[in-house]
Write a protein that binds this ligand. Structure first.
Ligand code: TPP
Ligand code: SF4
Ligand code: MG
Length: 316
């Protein structure tokens, strides 16, 4: 039977049709981050409690007096999503022990942007992961502080122009390499760490389902294309995510109990980074030499992951 022609027959087995982030939110047109949140909710299902830091996904989903959330959802400060999620998890465990709630498994999830994860929320996340809470944390990385006006974060890639690291006569945008957050989580001994991108929805859902099944801490780093902040067409969000993966800028892989595995979505041969840069205004000022330096860095970082997963060099 042809899966494409008989999609309706197969789709229910692949994707939960129920929307737990409803339509009517206020995300920008073409926002890949809100698509990722939708997919995450589908994979998690109803027995979920989410603690969400201040950031785009909070701003667009909970404008008073409305909400797009169909699961229990707590809006917390910019810096403490992981601490609140850890507290909810401990509270639920206590209530269960006292027989005050039923035995149903409830997944507790903390979520934040790159700023709320890698910068100001880092301490809370590090503590929650180190204490081994039974929770998932998802970083929605759009590579800057977007909802407050595109300020740089430690997730902003080298060379990208932002309002606080602008490209101009005396500066060429971001001056530092992107913080490697998935590797920092691996170093915490987190049971399951994965990178994911909504341009690959089935891979994305599979990874969230996997994290849900893990008893203990898990972490997903989600590449979230932001057409507004990256200055690319809103129709390009899915293509941009694919190019980031295909060029090795954002490799898809997972680490289960320290064991690395490349995702099958990774191509045998990487595309040049300049193909990924081309349609984005934030990289438009970069010269040939700067792009070359970034290309080298991308290749060497990618090779490190391949080595850990014992793969051959992808561009050989
Ligand atoms: C202590 C504190 N400092 C600053 C702010 C203002 N603020 C709210 S969200 C935000 C940036 C969020 O960036 P990120 O976590 O990357 O999420 P995004 O908006 O990109 O989704 C800032 C600076 C705040 N709420 N609290
Ligand atoms: S600013 Fe970017 S991440 Fe935020 S809602 Fe708009 S497109 Fe999405
Ligand atoms: Mg951000």
């Amino acid at each position: 039977m042809n899966i494409v022609e008989n999609f309706d027959l197969y789709a229910p087995r692949l994707i939960n049709k129920k929307e737990l982030l409803s339509a009517g939110h206020r995300a920008c047109t073409g926002c890949a981050e809100v698509l990722a949140v939708r997919l995450m909710c589908k994979a998690l299902g109803e027995n979920t409690v989410i603690a969400s830091a201040t950031g785009c996904m909070e701003i667009v989903s909970s404008m008073y007096p409305t909400t797009a959330w169909e699961v229990p959802w707590i809006h917390v400060a910019f810096e403490n999503a992981a601490a609140v999620a850890a507290g909810v998890e401990a509270g639920l465990a206590g209530l269960r022990k006292k027989g005050k709630i039923d035995d149903r498994y409830i997944k507790v999830v903390g979520m934040a942007g790159d700023g709320g994860t890698m910068d100001i929320g880092f301490q809370a996340l590090s503590g929650a992961m180190e204490r081994g809470h039974d929770m998932l944390f998802v970083c929605f990385d759009n590579e800057a502080y977007m909802n407050t006006g595109i300020q740089r974060s430690s997730g902003t890639p080298m060379g990208a122009s932002t309002t606080t690291a602008p490209a101009g006569k005396i500066s060429s945008g971001q001056k530092t390499w992107k913080k490697n957050m998935p590797e920092i989580m691996v170093a915490h001994g987190v049971s399951y760490v994965a990178t994911a991108c909504p341009s690959y929805p089935l891979d994305f859902i599979r990874k969230v389902e996997k994290a849900k099944s893990i008893k203990g801490p898990s972490y997903i780093h989600c590449f979230s294309v932001c057409p507004t902040g990256w200055r690319c067409g809103s129709h390009l969000a899915i293509a941009m995510g694919r190019l980031a993966v295909e060029s090795g800028v954002f490799p898809l892989y997972e680490v289960e109990n320290g064991k690395y595995k490349m995702s099958s979505e990774m191509p045998k041969k990487l595309k040049p980074v300049k193909d990924y840069f081309k349609a984005q205004g934030r990289f438009r000022h970069l010269g040939e030499e700067e792009v070359k330096t970034i290309q080298h860095k991308v290749e060497s970082e990618y090779q490190k992951i391949l080595d850990k997963a014992k793969y051959l060099k992808a561009w050989d």
